[in-house]
Design a binder for this molecule. Structure first.
Ligand SMILES: NC(=O)c1ccc[n+]([C@@H]2O[C@H](COP(=O)([O-])OP(=O)(O)OC[C@H]3O[C@@H](n4cnc5c(N)ncnc54)[C@H](O)[C@@H]3O)[C@@H](O)[C@H]2O)c1
Ligand SMILES: Nc1ncnc2c1ncn2[C@@H]1O[C@H](COP(=O)(O)OP(=O)(O)OP(=O)(O)O)[C@@H](O)[C@H]1O
Length: 534
């Protein structure tokens, strides 16, 4: 049975007559007449040429349809209805496709991706039949090669059909294309299939399978690093309690800072099982030894803990023992229940992106060896420090000039840091899971310097020009102040190692709760009902 026969079992004959007729119009040069901008004449000429044998009861309906088409075409030639014509075309195409899909479903078969190179060979009915097969996993290869995204590629949920392929080829107006992502100047086939779909040349953002990232343990976590805010009695006593509970109840190995190990041993010699480290080289290997990092303190402790990991970071469980606690969603009183749940998993996590910063000294700009990057979880700030002069900074984004900052300075922030210093300087609050870079001036001496949010893939360069009156100072998450002399520059881009922080509920709930509870965001007395109304 031919595909057209299959359709006729499923859709009314008059509908097929219309659809086939409209394709027939195009086959017989009708579209040439259309393009000669005399559509009504073309319709009459065509009607005169219709062979007598095809005159049946459908002809009346058919001529009605032709009149409608002529009207529509007149409007097209007047340049008023191109959008409507386009919509009608796609609707007709969709209906034919739908009918054919229904037919295929009844046959219990689906179609496979049609390789672009073979489309021409599949124009005839024989060719068409040859692309209808039973489902087979090895027949789901990419269209047009392995890596690039191709506009011919068809979703594999049964959406492809032969008639639509024919229709597409006969009336094709859109050039095919591929999407490829360049990476740091690399023009190779870097791409992200998960971000866009590219069905039939229409670019749409793909549906995310899950909005919240979940971490599921594949084996039981065995080692926990506990990092604590110094000089706090409440933190110290909680730390003692937690270490004891984790060891005795959960059989967990514990790492702490050398300072904390001394504190624990002062408490009791029974804490000799606790591990620590002696030098920076051992700190560099911590991520290979610990399954989880528990922080006891405020946001500053989370920043401190993140700064210890210059590479990959294990999941953080931040307990709140500070005053604000934007990044510390877990209440310390309930630590047993939280840790119990987290050790079992799965855990909702927020992947907090970090920025990597390089200071390039003018004096050393020709050196090949770059120093290790400084990683920040909140932001890097370039300000005037103790200087009384305006800072004067030239800013570039991927070699494009952005602007000159003349004011107190500039904050380059992550989205996690958007609720910290950047917020105080007038920047937007951004959900921490958004992978952007905030560019927020500090007290700019200009009326029109609005903050920017840039995409995550850019590299920013902040240059202290030679004609700057003063020095500038860089600081990283509010620490490690570094002087920048005229000629020095700071390079800043997204680091490949985010900080995965466990959520109490989920990323969005935790974020909204912290801006409500921490900042009293948009708190206002509700207007009373008692008053004038529309
Ligand atoms: N004018 C300002 O608002 C200002 C000035 C300097 C530094 N800071 C911030 O302080 C941070 C360093 O924190 P610290 O605890 O070591 O110093 P800190 O003890 O001076 O605390 C700064 C405050 O910022 C809060 N904070 C830190 N990170 C936050 C975040 N991501 N979201 C919301 N609030 C946050 C802390 O809870 C704390 O209340 C810097 O990274 C910077 O963002 C802010
Ligand atoms: N383990 C640590 N070692 C050294 N310094 C630390 C450590 N943990 C935290 N700090 C520093 O201690 C300071 C205060 O820490 P944190 O912000 O956590 O406490 P807090 O000020 O009480 O909290 P909040 O900011 O919410 O009021 C921060 O500047 C942080 O860098």
């Amino acid at each position: 049975m031919s595909p057209q026969d299959s359709i006729s079992q499923l859709v009314p004959a008059d509908k097929i007559t219309l659809d086939v007729a409209s394709l027939h119009l195009e086959e017989n040069g009708f579209s040439d007449a259309i393009s000669s901008l005399d559509p009504e004449r073309a319709v009459h000429d065509y009607a005169d040429d219709i062979p007598i044998k095809v005159i049946d009861e459908h002809l009346i309906e058919f001529s009605e349809a032709l009149r409608t088409i002529a009207k529509a075409l007149r409007r097209v030639t007047e340049g008023k209805a191109s959008a409507e014509a386009e919509a009608a075309f796609w609707k007709r195409k969709y209906e034919v496709e739908k009918a054919w899909n229904l037919c295929l479903k009844q046959k219990g078969k689906v179609t496979e991706t049609l390789p672009c190179d073979s489309i021409d060979e599949n124009l005839g009915n024989e060719g068409m039949e040859s692309v209808v097969h039973d489902i087979s996993p090895d027949k789901t290869e990419r269209c047009c090669g392995k890596d690039d995204i191709c506009s011919h590629e068809i979703l594999r949920d049964g959406a492809l059909d032969i008639d639509s392929t024919v229709a597409r080829l006969k009336v094709a107006r859109k050039a095919s294309f591929k999407l490829a992502w360049g990476c740091n100047g690399d023009k190779s086939a870097q791409h992200k299939h998960e971000i866009v779909s590219f069905e039939r040349g229409n670019i749409t953002t793909a549906e995310r399978s899950s909005k919240q990232i979940l971490l599921k343990w594949e084996s039981q976590p065995q080692t926990v690093l506990i990092l604590t805010k110094p000089n706090s009695k409440s933190v110290r006593s909680l730390c003692v309690e937690m270490v004891r509970w984790l060891k005795e109840e959960k059989r967990i190995d514990i790492f702490v800072e050398p300072r904390v190990k001394i504190e624990l041993l002062t408490e009791s010699s029974n804490f000799s099982f606790v591990h620590s480290w002696e030098n920076d080289d051992e700190i560099k290997l911590l991520h290979t030894k610990v399954d989880l990092v528990v922080t006891l303190g405020g946001d500053g402790t989370v920043l401190w803990a993140a700064s210890m990991f210059k590479g990959p970071v294990p999941p953080f469980i931040p307990f709140s023992l500070g005053s604000l606690g934007f990044m510390t969603p877990f209440q310390s009183e309930n630590y047993r229940e939280y840790l119990d749940t987290i050790l079992k998993g799965p855990i909702s996590i927020t992947l907090r992106h970090r920025l990597q910063c390089h200071v390039i000294r003018d004096s050393a700009k020709d050196d090949q060896d770059m120093e290790e990057p400084i990683l920040v979880l909140n932001e890097v700030t370039i300000d005037r420090g103790i200087s009384a002069y305006l800072t004067y900074l030239e800013c570039y984004c991927d070699n494009s000039f952005v602007t000159c900052v003349q004011g107190d300075g500039l904050i380059i922030s992550t989205t996690s840091g958007s609720t910290a210093y950047s917020l105080a300087a007038g920047g937007s609050m951004v959900h921490p899971q958004v992978p952007g870079i905030l560019f927020t001036p500090i007290c700019p001496h200009s009326l029109s310097f609005r903050p920017l949010i840039l995409p995550e893939y850019v590299t920013l360069r902040v240059q202290v020009p030679f004609n700057s009156r003063g020095q500038a100072w860089a600081s990283f998450d509010g620490k490690d102040r570094m002087q920048l002399a005229p000629g020095d520059a700071l390079l800043c881009s997204m680091a490949p190692w985010p900080v995965p922080t466990a959520c109490q509920v989920d990323s969005t709930n935790d974020f909204l709760r912290s801006i409500h509870e921490g900042l009293h965001w948009n708190l206002r007395k509700t207007q009373s009902f008692d008053g004038p109304r529309d």
